[in-house]
Write a new protein. Structure first.
Length: 371
């Protein structure tokens, strides 16, 4: 990928979004029923490469359980409203019924109470009691504070999630989280992210993380690209992380899973993310559009409630179907927002690939002409 001159003193690489690329079918086709969508991270096996975003509009304890029943994984944000309020449902209904101009103020009040560690433990216990893998997300700042509580509650999988997470955080006035020591001392598998570059991905892999999240500022609820000027188109970001994984695998023999995060809306998007190198994807707005989603037709992330620098608003999402139908169909229209799994199966079978690992070997083309 050649550099493009921005001016005499600066050049940049061309980079590609998922919508800029397409999968080239192989010489064979398959029956969709023969396609295997299973994958495994650490000791946990999943039937679908679908992860519910750690966003309060997407994943509640109940939806985490439902996603587990449907073959995926739901990640509850352990610093979200479900660990700040005993009964957040009335607050969610108030937000959903409010005038759009008042939503940000209501959202800010929802996140004013401190995280209750007892609630953290109870939410984890609730998900485990429902038979699902208990996965919880924390910010880098909250990791050291909540890790012991989460571990005692027998959390299965910890996700350290931030706009950008690095293995080398520089701080003045406070001691930063030593990510490598933290990950290696914790007795549960850890996923960290986001990142968008080869070097950042490689350094996160070297912390001992079981997986890394790839993507910054590409989600529908995020305005990080506009507010902070950060990000990279997702297809290129995943491919760069894939190259980092190959080097890490050569050096250590350890395979680190890549989880694509941001703006993935359809089965075709999932397929293209896998071809680029992802093992699984995070779905946000697509799952927030389920009629039984906790956001009641709204979608937002934790950065939207930041007290001094919000990076995302409260977005309207049109409810389309129950969660089961969003994932497994039948589709309600041709938008790709429902029957995501069916579309992924059809994409893989039409292209001739029988498993996610096989799909990673598929050929891609870039659509259109880029300058």
């Amino acid at each position: 990928m050649g550099d493009i001159d921005i001016g005499l003193g600066k050049s940049a690489r061309a980079a590609y979004r998922l919508e800029d690329i397409s999968i080239v079918p192989s010489r064979r086709t398959r029956n969709p029923a023969s396609v295997d969508l299973a994958w495994q991270m650490d000791a946990f096996a999943f039937q679908l490469p679908i992860i519910g975003a750690p966003m309060d509009s997407v994943t509640s304890p109940d939806t985490a359980i439902a996603l587990g029943d449907l073959g995926g994984l739901g990640v509850l944000h352990l610093e979200g409203i479900w660990t700040r309020h005993e009964s957040p449902e009335p607050l969610l209904e108030q937000l959903a019924s409010a005038d759009p101009i008042d939503r940000r103020a209501i959202l800010a009040k929802m996140y004013e109470p401190e995280v209750d560690r007892e609630l953290v433990a109870r939410r984890i216990a609730q998900i485990r009691a429902g038979g699902a893998v208990a996965a919880g997300a924390v910010s880098p700042q909250g990791a050291a504070v909540l890790a012991d509580t989460a571990a005692r509650a027998e959390l299965d999988l910890l996700v350290i999630s931030g706009t950008v997470v690095s293995a080398e955080h520089v701080s003045v006035g406070e001691e930063p989280l030593n990510l490598k020591r933290f990950v290696r001392e914790l007795e549960i598998p850890v996923v960290v992210g986001g990142c968008t570059s080869y070097q950042a991905a490689l350094h996160l892999m070297r912390t001992g993380a079981a997986g890394i999240m790839v993507g910054v500022g590409t989600g529908r609820a995020s305005t990080t690209g506009r507010v902070l000027g950060l990000g990279s188109p997702l297809a290129t970001a995943i491919a760069d992380a894939r190259a980092a994984r190959m080097r890490h695998l050569d050096e250590t023999g350890v395979y680190v899973h890549l989880i694509a995060d941001g703006g993935i809306a359809s089965g075709g998007d999932v397929a293209k993310a896998v071809v680029c190198g992802a093992d699984a994807v995070i779905l946000g707005a697509t799952l927030a559009a389920a009629t039984d989603a906790p956001g009641h037709g709204l979608h937002w992330g934790l950065p939207s409630a930041h007290p001094t620098l919000p990076r995302g608003g409260v977005r309207d999402v049109e409810p389309v179907a129950p969660l089961r139908q969003v994932l497994h169909g039948p589709a309600v229209d041709d938008s790709g927002r429902t029957n995501v799994v069916g579309a992924l199966r059809k994409s893989m079978s039409a292209a001739g690939y029988g498993s996610l690992k096989d799909l990673q070997k598929a050929e891609l083309v870039v659509l259109g002409v880029r300058p």
